[in-house]
Write a protein of this length. Structure first.
Length: 111
């Protein structure tokens, strides 16, 4: 199951854009359990990043800091302005989990 969260935000304090978010820090995790009971193995992957914004308190769609929700901020991150390609990030996590399940490389030495 893929889970996106906003871990913290940076915002303006004072001035015309008081409370306007300028950076949102996001994290996404995914996991898959293969097998059952004692044979179950859980594979997981995660990614972390930031997205930047230029708040405009005079804009019609401006949301005051106290009224923000995680869903709103994630929507900003996934927008063209936010620059996070949600599908690509989730595909990367899926590929990482598939690689864990069926590795194409190994570590070690022959001695």
């Amino acid at each position: 199951m893929t889970t996106w969260t906003i871990s913290t935000m940076e915002r303006h304090v004072g001035g015309d854009n008081d409370g306007g978010v300028i950076v949102a820090h996001w994290r996404v995790t995914d996991s898959e359990t293969v097998g059952t009971d004692d044979d179950a193995m859980t594979y997981s992957a995660s990614a972390y990043g930031t997205c930047s914004f230029t708040p405009d308190a005079s804009a019609d769609d401006y949301v005051p800091y106290a009224e923000l929700t995680q869903e709103v901020v994630l929507g900003w991150c996934w927008s063209e302005e936010g620059g996070v390609d949600q599908d690509a990030v989730e595909a990367s996590l899926t590929a990482n989990i598939e690689e864990q399940k069926s590795p194409t490389t190994e570590d070690g030495v022959p001695w």
